[in-house]
Design a protein around this ligand. Structure first.
Ligand code: PMP
Ligand code: GLN
Length: 377
């Protein structure tokens, strides 16, 4: 089996000395006090041996407090919160727990690459509903039409990677109505919950009748800029969380011991930390979007996440895949072709994703390289 597109493109960035706007990871670490809390936990011997299976109580409590503070939701930290090895494991464990061979899973494409892999590993069949340019709104009639007697669940991701679309309350309410009507479960990947520039993040689990049918997932990687720590979590009803926990114990059993202590502290940071995330990323979004538009890209400004999807059809390449293969060699910049996130390759054929979670000078450098390339073309 080959490596993922992210690993492949990051390796290409290193090999070609390119600015890496492909794989989504910040180039500045998160808050120093959080790093110090992790160092202190290691040195003081907290979490260096296997932590408790569901996660340390301090972190489960902090996750429950976070859900109450930002969304007014209440979860019992003992039975309704589970700590995972990043959101990646949470998505995998939730799918393995809830999908039986032959079940259909509706997911909005383009999708994050682990979704297709884990639905397949669970023996399920993915049923894509396509988010289409320029707005990437969910087509609610298409979602309704996609439901069959075999549909088990809807896998949601808002704010959405890679399009940056943030589903509105009305869109989520329509999906929730359908879930209740057809007795479907929802897995809701909310890792970009604090990165929203237009509209608001609404957890679908907060809508009427959805608590008992929603597995909500988030992680510390994006919110605190420590993607390497792999601390994620699941919240939901005791029954659903128990099902996910039963699988999780045979995937990693436990993970990230000392980092769990640090993230428990991080989740309690004051409100201005959380609002500040979007403020600083919005500037970076505007910088990158403006520069790419000037260089001839068709830009779809994102409402959330730290990615921008563009269209390269005016830039002399037939497909985003060709474009992204050439760009590191010719311009010294790495990006990701969105086609790899679609079943309907035609829909994403000319789309290319750039990450803007980088220092402004790095974004400037990338833009200068791209502009030079665009002029010389
Ligand atoms: N879901 C989405 C939509 C993502 O973009 C990411 C980021 N890699 C993940 C899940 C995985 O998060 P983590 O690094 O916490 O495993
Ligand atoms: N979530 C990040 C992205 O979409 C990276 C994930 C990964 O490397 N698997 O770029």
């Amino acid at each position: 089996m080959g490596s993922t597109i992210f690993a492949e493109m990051s390796a290409l960035a290193v090999a070609t000395g390119s600015v890496n706007l492909g794989q989504g990871f910040p180039d500045t670490d998160g808050p120093r006090e959080v790093a110090q809390a992790a160092a202190a936990a290691i040195l003081e011997g907290r979490g260096n041996q296997y932590p408790p299976g569901p996660g340390i109580p301090e972190l489960r409590q902090a996750v429950a407090e976070h859900q109450r503070r930002f969304y007014g939701l209440s979860f019992d930290p003992d039975t309704e919160v589970l700590v995972t090895a990043g959101a990646t494991e949470a998505v995998a464990a939730a799918l393995f727990a809830l999908v039986e061979p032959g079940d259909e899973v509706i997911a909005f494409e383009p999708y994050y690459d682990s979704y297709a892999a884990c639905i397949a590993l669970a023996g399920g069949t993915r049923v894509p509903v396509t988010l289409r340019a320029p707005d990437f709104r969910p087509d609610l009639d298409a979602v309704r039409a996609a439901v069959t007697p075999r549909t088990r669940l809807i896998l949601l991701n808002s704010p959405h990677n890679p399009t940056g679309s943030v589903f509105t309350r009305a869109e989520l309410a329509a999906i929730a109505d359908l879930a209740r009507e057809r007795d479907l479960l929802v897995i809701s990947d909310e890792v970009y919950e604090h990165m929203v520039y237009a509209g608001e993040h609404v957890p679908i689990g907060s809508l009427p009748g959805m608590r008992e049918r929603t597995v909500s997932i988030s992680s510390a990687g994006k919110t605190f800029s420590f993607t390497g720590w792999k601390v994620g979590w699941v919240t939901g009803s005791a029954e659903l969380v128990a099902a996910v926990r039963a699988v999780k114990q045979f995937l990693t059993f436990v993970s990230s011991g000392p980092f769990q202590y640090a993230i428990a502290e991080a989740l309690r940071m004051p409100d201005d930390y959380f609002t500040g995330i979007s403020v600083s990323l919005r500037e970076k979004r505007d910088l990158l979007c403006g520069g790419l538009a000037e260089a001839g890209f068709l830009v779809y400004p994102p409402e959330g996440t730290y990615f921008v999807t563009t269209d390269i059809r005016e830039l002399g390449r037939a497909t985003g895949v060709e474009f992204c293969r050439d760009l590191p060699h010719q311009a010294g910049v790495v990006a990701i072709p969105n086609a790899v996130f679609y079943d309907d390759r035609e829909a994403g054929r000319t789309q290319v994703r750039f990450a803007f979670c980088k220092r402004p000078e790095v974004l400037q450098d990338a833009l200068a390289r791209i502009e030079k390339w665009a002029l010389a073309r």
